[in-house]
Structures are given as structure tokens and as C-alpha cells.
Write a protein that binds this ligand. Sequence first.
Ligand code: HSE
Length: 434
Amino acid sequence: MADNLRIGIAGLGTVGGELVAMLQARADQLSAQTGRRLEIVGVSARDRSKARPFAPGTWAWFDTPEALAVAPGLDVFVELIGGEDGPALRSVTAALTHGRHVVTANKALLANSGLQLASLAEANHVALAFEAAVAGGVPVIKTLREGLVGSQINRISGILNGTCNYILSKMETEGLSFTQCLAEAQRLGYAEADPTFDIGGFDTAHKLAILTSLAFGTAVDRDAIHIEGIQSITLDDIRAAAALGFRVKLLGVAERNEHGIEQRVHPTMIAHSAALAQVMGVTNAVSIDANAHQRLTLIGPGAGGKATAAAVIADLTDIARGNVPHPFAVPAAELTPGERVPMQAHRGGYYIRMFVQDRPGAFAAIATRMAERGISLESIMQRPGVEHFSGASNVPVVLITHATTEKLVRDALAAILADGYVSEAPQIFRIERD
Ligand code: HSE
């Protein structure tokens, strides 16, 4: 049997703890499958005195991840600390510079420094592997990098944040407010330490940045992503969407169009018949449109100790077998620069909800502002379907447009607001019908 693969684990929280347990429980199978024993040789965590399911001193203890990353004899540094800079960036950089493979679950780190870290890994002929960083236990990285290598990818759309999907699902199924559902998500431990990362769409954007690079051969660039969160979604919006045959989801979408690779994260109304509309709770899902495959949808646990640790183990077994691909599928130097496609150019249908003064001419003025810009309305509803909007002094009106552009919609809404019939900023959802 070949030499043991000597592993150091930085971060012994939910994922790190499960990783240790699974490496021990599956040691014989993993060595049979890879021809090497996957051996933990060192660990590091913030609090050495914390009670853990393994005896202190089982493995060499390192007070800092940076020290573990460069420990003599280490083959692989597993980074489960989190954070886009600080100890995570320093330790991963040190490990790669010293010729150690790196496995990380850290999407923020990759979205921020992915290109530079991939270059460093390639220069040192080691792996930078991150199956666990996107959609936790859903093997979407390997699918994009290896399984779909024969196909041109045209579009990826995903539910990539379990917290947001849990909140939106619970609002719909239990009729609760956004604030109530966020509090429950935090109580259950789904949300990030700072929930703004989840509900503001930033966590989804980090994951989308990584998927975009793999799918389209562009350099990871989170600044190329248009980002909106779910904070302003009301129960009434969700009910209005349901009455129209749609569900509201926070989607991350990257698609090739005539302007380039459009990348966006925003609440989206998805037709009930679409696969992503059926994904409820903390579950994640990614739909990939690839020319040779048409549409492929992967659905599964986006977080959680066991599923995420299993993704880390998948990367470790690749390394044990000597499978060390370019981190983003092609050499880092050949990734094309990310370019932000302006959201104004986005084309699609729109849901627009506004509170309109109940006086003669209001509907006509709104319809006129839309018609002036060539926006075709599929429906205008004061009710049914929108009678739930409670406590509003003005009348809730929902417009559904046929395909148009973001610019035209924004221009029309500015004119409608200037006309004085609408009392507050409208709610807008882009519509996806399949
Ligand atoms: N906060 C993240 C989520 C955890 O809710 O999906 C996994 O990245």
C-alpha cells in the first residue's frame, strides 16, 4: 500500500467534528478505495479545552491554523474555519506555498481570492479542492468540472442558501412573517453568524461566483454579480405569487446571453411546474442547462455536518488517488476576466406589486406608462389573489408583464412614481417560467 495521506484539520465545529468521526468510521473502506490510509495527523481549533467526542491528545494539537498548515510531513490541509480573510486566508496561502494540498468548505474565501489561490495551487502542483463550499452535500463541483466536461453549459440556476429557502418555504406553508421565520431559522442554527450574509443574498452570490467560474471558464468575480436579498418579501407577496401559480425563491442565476455571462441573485417567481419550485426547506438545488444534456437538476442537503463532511472526504479521496485537476477546471491563467453584464439589460417577465391610490385614472396612468415603453402586460390585478395585503391605506395592485427589459421596467416605474398615484417603492420579482 502507498504511503498514508497525512491530513491536518483546522476547525473542529459541526463539519470538522463529523469529518473526524467519518474518517475513523470509514477508514477501511476509504483505504480500500484509494489504496492509501487517510490519516489525521494534526488538528487546530479556537478552544482547546472544549469537550469533544475524541480524547485530547489523540492527534498533535496546533494553536493556530497557520502552524498546522506548514507542519512537517503534512500532505493535506483541511480548512473548516470560515471567513474570507484572516486565519483562513493566511493558513490556506501558507499551506499552498509550502506545497500542501488544500481542501476547503469556505465559499467566501474562494469568491474573494479564488483566482489568486488557484494560481498558487497550480504553481505548487497541489490541489485546491472545494466540493463542500457550494451546496454542501450536493456534488455540483465535480458534476460541473468532470461530469459535464463534454457539454457546453449555457445556464445555471440554483437555490444555494438553505436559510433563505427555509424562510420563504415557512412563510408560505405556515403563513408566518419574514421576521418570525428568520428568528426560527436562527434558533435552529441554519443562518450564518451574521444573517445578512444569508438574507442579503451574499452567501448565494459567493457560491454562484464559484459555479460561474467552473461552468463558463471565467475568473471568479463576485463583483460581477447583481445581488438582491429577500428582506422586503412580504407574506402577501408570497400569497399573490401562489394565487398566480408561482413560488418565490431566492435564485442565483448565471447565463450566457448576447451581452456576456449575466450573473444575478434575487428573489424570483418560479412556475409551480418547475423542478426548483418544488424544493422546500433548507434543501439546496442546482439546475444546469448543458447542450448535450438539456437540463440536469441536482437536489440535496446544502449544509449540515454529515453531508458537508462527506463532500470534504470526496475531495480527500481524489487527492489520495492523485486526481489533482485545475481548481477551476482550466489553468487559472486561462480563465477569462469576469465582466459584469448590467442588470438593466436583463430580459424577462416581471411581477410588480404596488400600492395605488384608489381614484379615477390611476390604472389608466399606470397602463399608459407601461405602454409608452412598449411593455406588454399579461395581467393587472387588484383582486382576486391580492386581497390579503392587509393594513395598506392604498389598493394593492399586481402587474405581470410579458418579456421586457429591466431598463424599461425601471423607467416605467420611475414615471409611475412621479405621477403620484403610487405610495411607496414597488416590489419587483423577475419571473422564470420553466
Ligand atoms: N448559511 C448557509 C445556508 C450555510 O443557509 O445555506 C451553508 O453554506
